[in-house]
Write a new protein. Structure first.
Length: 435
């Protein structure tokens, strides 16, 4: 069945024809591809067309799709039972693996880990925990950062800096959005204003360790360290959201990468998703025992889940993390540099003004002539250039994220042959972006 037919049929039974909005191709137009198979660096749609994939399931597919050892681990676990709703030895094994990996520069900020099923649950729980621990209600987030779709995080900046936020979606009650303060990213002065005015009411600042949901936009050097210092001065916690970056940009995530290069800083809670489940529904939050032990049943902050720590998902996570070796990260880094340079060269040849944005091996492009610092800057770019570029790539057999505000994901299977297939399509696609 063609993608057009499948999309029309899906729209009859599923709102907008999709189960997550970006999949609908809303910002690039056209018909989304309905996928039936993914293997290595490739995905195949229902028409039987194969594409080089640069979406990587939005992050989890770090080893490439359907990595045989991971698939075997999943099959073995499934054969022993799909879900027990009880503790398993493997959950502790995964927690120990994560604790060992998230250590850098002599710091081991994760002593305990709670497994959940989605990144949204991880950040939602981390926020409840921060509130329960501090006895305060307000949350600070940065404009353009995405932390999942729980009510309090679908909040948009109000009229002034220290003004409480407005709902960012229909269905979010204004009093809930008003528990959040939205501050421009990479702006310490703005953060100081908010802390000066409401510091004693703020439970936590939540930040993507490097923003990657408005395109890639890394923190300015020292920004994460300075925000941790400021929050701690006021008795607030810092939740470092590594759902997207964790175990992708280095063995210890963006935090590990940044403290090895810059000033040391120690957030209080971390959230993980995507790579930690290797493509299965698995996510986690972790931090110091003193804070984590406020979670039920050890403490008074409630959290639970029928499928939390699901044995099949945990098996996929362990198999993935065990294979995400130093060699895999250096391959990802090299592929990311080769590809982003090739795209940049193609744009330059066509005179397309652009900036390459990187956070470790994550990258994306901004159609502007100067480096953005925040959400206002990235929104001001020539957004319209992306749709023709995207479709020219898709016509040439390369599947990019269907929005300019998303990161590109390479995997350990993006070898020279795969990269060459992408690079071959770039001249025509860059021409389309220039038109
Ligand atoms: N946090 C970040 C940084 C994310 O990128 C995402 C998803 O893209 C989430 C949280 C939410 O994760 P999930 O989609 O698994 O709920």
């Amino acid at each position: 069945m063609s993608n057009d037919t499948l999309f029309a049929r899906a729209k009859e039974s599923i709102p907008g024809g999709v189960n997550s909005p970006v999949r609908a191709f809303g910002s690039v137009g056209g018909t989304p591809r309905f996928l039936v198979k993914a293997s290595g660096a490739y995905v195949t749609d229902a028409d039987g067309t194969e594409y080089v994939d640069l979406v990587g399931s939005w992050g989890p597919a770090i080893l490439g799709h359907a990595q045989p050892d991971v698939v075997r681990a999943v099959q073995d676990a499934a054969a022993l039972g799909l879900s027990f709703g009880a503790s398993t030895p493997a959950e502790t094994e995964l927690a120990e693996l994560v604790k060992a990996r998230v250590a850098a520069s002599g710091m081991s900020p994760i002593e305990k880990l709670r497994l959940v099923s989605t990144g949204t649950e991880a950040t939602m729980t981390a926020i409840r925990l921060a509130r329960g621990y501090t006895g305060r209600d307000l949350l600070v987030k940065f404009a353009g950062h995405y932390h999942g779709h729980s009510d309090g995080l679908l909040a948009e900046a109000g009229s002034g800096l220290a003004t409480l936020a407005l709902p960012g979606s229909a269905g979010v009650p204004a009093p809930i959005a008003a528990q959040t303060l939205v501050v421009p990213y990479n702006d310490l002065d703005a953060l100081r204003v908010v802390f000066d005015e409401r510091g004693d009411q703020i439970a936590a600042v939540i930040t993507e360790s490097a923003a990657a949901n408005m395109g890639v936009l890394p923190p300015l050097p020292g920004f994460n360290a300075a925000l941790v210092e400021l929050a701690h001065e006021h008795g607030a916690l810092v939740i470092l959201d590594e759902v997207l970056t964790g175990f992708r940009v280095s063995a210890s995530g963006y935090w590990g990468l940044s403290v090895s290069e810059g000033p040391a800083y120690q957030p209080d809670l971390f959230t993980f998703g995507k790579v930690i489940g290797g493509g299965m529904p698995l996510a986690a939050l972790g931090g110091r025992a003193e804070i984590m032990d406020h979670l039920a049943p050890a403490g008074p902050v409630y959290q639970a889940g029928t499928l939390s720590g699901n044995p099949v998902a945990v098996a996929a996570g362990i198999a993935t993390l065990e294979r995400a070796t130093a060699e895999v990260y250096s391959r990802l880094d090299a592929a990311s540099v080769t590809l982003s340079n090739a795209v940049s060269d193609a744009f330059a040849r066509e005179g397309v003004a652009h900036v390459v944005q990187r956070a470790g091996n994550l990258f994306s492009f901004v159609f502007a002539d100067k480096q953005p610092r925040n959400y206002v800057d990235v929104q001001a770019q020539d957004v319209w250039r992306y749709a023709p570029f995207f479709h020219a790539m898709l016509d040439g057999g390369v599947s990019l994220p269907p929005s300019v505000f998303e990161a590109w994901f390479v995997s350990a299977m993006h070898d020279d042959e795969v990269l060459d297939r992408i690079i071959d399509v770039l001249p025509a696609a860059a021409k389309a972006a220039a038109a």
